[in-house]
Design a protein around this ligand. Structure first.
Ligand code: MN
Length: 434
């Protein structure tokens, strides 16, 4: 069954759902009323409990093996099985939930035990994250930020040869809905020669695509660019919360450290490579004069279809907006097409020295800004480092985030002839420093 041949589900709320129609079927980990976390699939307003479905005998063959790998309530073992298992599960889910399915009665008979409302569930991280790496492949962001510090030379000479990245902190990645506590740290006040210690005064967000690693590699065995797609299980939204004043003082010479490691938020649903297949695109041609990628980073198939066309949005909801019943205000509308390197290039580069990737590792793309105002993926860029505050519909002004501010990331894929899919939200609210 192809993506286009099935358009409707007997789950009424799935049809036309902004995020989770039948064509998406993302995987995640949820719990109900304090139960142990378990793996499920989002469909419309519901979550399909894979453990209950397994016990009800709804799977056999490869799909059954795939679901058995989710029994521990995390997706790592399932990710390690690779694309064949994902495809087998997806095919079976399409059979179970398409309009006219002969198994509708079996599923409905189990009621909310098998298909609870998502609103009654709590979402968790989808996998145990051993390692988290944050890249810097959003070239517009790299240029915008570079310009603030080096107006004549915004991009450093390595940028167009190396997918730049740094090792992030896996232990502080959390699912959407986790509050972000304003961190303390060292900062160097303007004009001062010695730092002060105190709460961050320039708290920011970064709009990023998250990439979940599927099958890992053995230590010492690089993943070839042509095989990289097989090692990607799926995608999420990622907010790389950033303390800009702490970052500015600490980042030289080894890069970000405490300015990033206090929290990273991800949307909880893993949107699979299969669900995103219709929204693949050719990688934008490099501008005249840019170097060709080195051979280990170049694959014609990846260049032809390895980019993604995903619309990305950032919204801000302040305390006052909540009090005045104002809707969240859009700060950013961008797209994953502004990546200078593809996700396959990120995987190939990360492992080219023999570094081991493991199922459930998480990559961040780096901030994905577009070239125009309204497309900037951080307040650092929008306000030019605090020099140009923005005015909000509530009458408030922002240079950076204030206590009580909530940042909401959303994503949407749309293409003529295909059902639109979304990612669900990645939310986080700023709490005052302790
Ligand atoms: Mn980042």
């Amino acid at each position: 069954m192809t993506q286009t041949s099935i358009t409707r589900s007997w789950v009424a709320s799935a049809n036309g759902h902004a995020d989770f129609p039948l064509q998406n079927l993302p995987l995640g980990v949820f719990s109900i009323a304090g139960s142990a976390p378990r793996c499920g699939v989002a469909i419309g307003e519901h979550i399909f409990d894979l453990q209950v479905a397994l016990e009800a005998g709804l799977f056999d063959g490869a799909a059954r093996s795939a679901v058995e790998a989710t029994r521990d309530g995390q997706l790592n073992a399932f990710f390690q099985l690779g694309s064949a298992a994902r495809v087998a599960l997806r095919e079976r889910l399409l059979e179970l939930f398409s309009e006219g399915s002969t198994l509708r009665g079996n599923i409905e008979a189990q009621g909310a035990k098998l298909l609870p409302l998502a609103a009654d569930c709590q979402m968790h991280l989808p996998a145990r994250i051993s390692d988290y790496t944050d890249f810097y492949v959003g070239i517009e962001h790299a240029q915008n930020v570079g310009k603030l510090f080096r107006p004549d030379n915004p991009l450093l000479p390595n940028y167009k040869y190396v997918p730049i990245g740094y090792h992030g902190r896996a232990s502080t990645v959390r699912a959407s809905g986790t509050d972000v506590r304003r961190p303390h740290g060292q900062t160097l006040p303007a004009g001062a020669s010695e730092p002060t210690f105190g709460p961050c005064a320039r708290l920011d967000y970064e709009l990023e695509l998250g990439i979940w690693i599927g099958q890992g590699n053995a230590l010492g065995e690089p993943i070839a660019i042509g095989d990289a797609a097989e090692h990607i299980a799926g995608f999420c939204l990622l907010n790389d919360w950033s303390a800009r004043d702490i970052q500015a003082w600490e980042y030289q010479p080894l890069g970000p450290f405490l300015s990033k490691s206090f929290l990273t938020s991800v949307s909880p649903w893993v949107v699979t490579a299969e669900a995103l297949a219709p929204f693949r695109a050719a990688q934008a041609p490099r501008p005249e004069g840019d170097p060709q990628p080195l051979p280990y980073l170049f694959d014609p198939r990846d260049q032809a279809a390895g980019a993604l066309d995903i619309e990305l949005e950032v919204l801000l909801l302040t305390e006052r907006m909540r009090e005045q019943n104002l809707p969240a205000q859009r700060l950013t509308l961008s797209n994953t097409r502004y990546m200078y390197w593809t996700v396959a290039q990120m995987v190939a580069h990360h492992s080219v020295n023999g570094c081991q990737l493991q199922a459930g590792d998480l990559f961040g793309s780096g901030t994905l800004s577009g070239p125009e105002s309204g497309q900037f993926g951080s307040l650092l860029e929008i306000t030019e480092g605090g020099k140009k505050p923005i005015e909000l519909a509530s009458g408030e002004v922002r240079k950076f985030l204030e206590d009580g501010d909530e940042i909401i990331l959303r994503a949407r894929c749309a293409r003529d002839g295909y059902a639109s899919i979304g990612f669900g939200e990645c939310r986080g609210k700023v709490l005052a420093a302790r």
